[in-house]
Design a protein around this ligand. Sequence first.
Ligand code: GLC
Length: 549
Amino acid sequence: MKRVSSHVSIASEAEINLDLSRLLIDKPRLTLERKRSFDEQSWSELSHRQNDGFDSIMHSPAFPSGFDSPFSSGTHFGDPHPLVNEAWEALRKSVVYFRGQPVGTIAAIDHASEEVLNYDQVFVRDFVPSALAFLMNNETDIVKNFLLKTLHLQSSEKRVDRFKLGAGAMPASFKVDRNQNRNTETLVADFGESAIGRVAPVDSGFWWIILLRAYTKYTGDTSLAESPDCQKCMRLILNLCLSEGFDTFPTLLCTDGCSMIDRRMGIYGYPIEIQALFYMALRCALQMLKPDGEGKDFIEKIGQRLHALTYHMRNYFWLDFPHLNNIYRYKTEEYSHTAVNKFNVIPDSIPDWVFDFMPCRGGYFLGNVSPAMMDFRWFALGNCIAIISSLATPEQSVAIMDLIEERWEELVGEMPLKICYPAIENHEWRIITGCDPKNTRWSYHNGGSWPVLLWLLTAACIKTGRPQMAKRAIELAESRLLKDGWPEYYDGKLGRFIGKQARKFQTWSIAGYLVARMMLEDPSTLMMISMEEDRPVKPTMRRSASWNA
Ligand code: GLC
C-alpha cells in the first residue's frame, strides 16, 4: 500500500481496488431503508452509517421500472405536492433525442422568448440535476447515453480561429443537427468556440466525472466506468489540469466565464466554484481509475495534488470571524518563509460589507485567493460542493451551514439561492463586468437567485444534518416556481422578482427542485453525490506490534 502522506490521506491503489469491490459487496444495504422519510432523528443513524462505509456503498435502482413519480407514498411532506407531477411533466418535455435515443435535456423551452441563443442546446452542467432526477427515478438510460455521447464529442476537432483546444476539453453544450433532406442526425458540440466570450467550460469535464461516479454508484453498473473509453476520457480531462506549469499553488488557474457564471464577473484567478469541483472530480476519478498502465501514473498525480489542494483550500480560502480579524491586522510586505500574510493581502482591500456580514458563528470559503487579492464574495455552488465533497472539514461544513442560517435573509431571502453575495455596483460593476447590462446589481450572475441551486443546498443540509433548513427552502421555492413558470433566475436583494431576462421553463430549475425534494424524501440518495471525509490511512497493525502494545 502506498502512502502519499501521513497527514492528509489519499486513497492508494490498494484502497481503490478495495473501493470498487466494496461498492458492489454492499450493494443491497440501502435498498431496505430507501423509502423512509428523513427527519432530524434519522440523521444520527445516517451519519453513523456514513462512517462505516456509506460513501462506498453501491446503490441499486430505487424504484421498479415503469414507476412514474417517486412520490407515490407521501412521507415527510405528506401527499405529493402538486408541483412534483407538473415538474416531471415539464422535465420530460425537455428530453432531447438523438437517433431515437434520449441523450440529454434542453436548457430551456421558453416559447415566449424571442431570442433562443443557445438555450436550445443540452448543456453539460445543466444536465447534472436532470440526470440525478432520472437516476433516482430509475431511468438510467438517458444518463448513460449522455455520458457516452459527450465522451465521443470530446474527440471532435475544437478550434477557436487558428488555435486548437486541449484534447481533454469537454463541451459546454451540444445540439442535434437534423438534415431533413438527407434524413440524418449529427451531434454538434460547442467547446467555447461559439460561446459568448469564447471561453471553454472548465467545469464540464469535472461534472462529467462526477456524474459518471453518480451513475456507477446508483446503478451498480461498473462496466461503463471501467470501459477503456471512459478511462481514457477521464485521463484526458485530468491531463488538462494535472500538467506541470508555472504554478506555485495547487489550485487551478482559470479565466473569467469558465463555469456556471459564464460571463465576465471578476472570477478569473482561482474561483471557488472550480476549485471545489476540481477537488470533487479528483476524488471521484480516484475511485474509478483503474490502477493499470497509464491509470497508475494519474492515480499517483491525483494523490499528490489532492494532498496539496486540500491543505491550500482549508487554510487559505477559509474565512470566519477570527480569520477575518487576523487579516484585518495583517502586516504587509513580508518576505521569506516566515511570512504570515503569504499572499500580501492589503487589509485596506477588505470591503466594508464583510465586517457586517461575518457572523460570530459561521464561516465560508472565499470566492478567490491570489497574490494581493482576496475576493470576499460568498459563492453558493463552491461552498455547497465543498460540503458535499468533504473538501470542507466537518467543522467547516457546520460553519458554512451556520452562516447560511445566520444570513438567511441575505442568501435565501424569498427564493433560494443567491448565486453570490453581495452584488457589485456602480464603478466596481463597470470595471469588473465591463458594464454588462445583463449582470446589473442583484440580477443574473451578479447577486441573482437561482432555483437550480436548491438541490445543492438540500444536499449540503442533509449532509450536515439540517433537513429542516432544506425543507424551509424547498417550501419557499414551491410557493413561486410553478406560478412563475420555472424561471431561470430571480432578481432583487431578496430574490423577489422574476429575473429581467430570465428564461421560463428553465430545465435545471425544474430538475433542481425535483432532486431537492427527492433527496429530502429519501436522504440515502445523497450518497450518489456525496463523499466522505478523507480518513487518514491507518497503519496496518502487525501481530507483533499488537502483542507489544
Ligand atoms: C447561462 C448560465 C449557464 C447555463 C446556461 C444554460 O449561460 O450562466 O450557467 O449553463 O445559461 O442554462
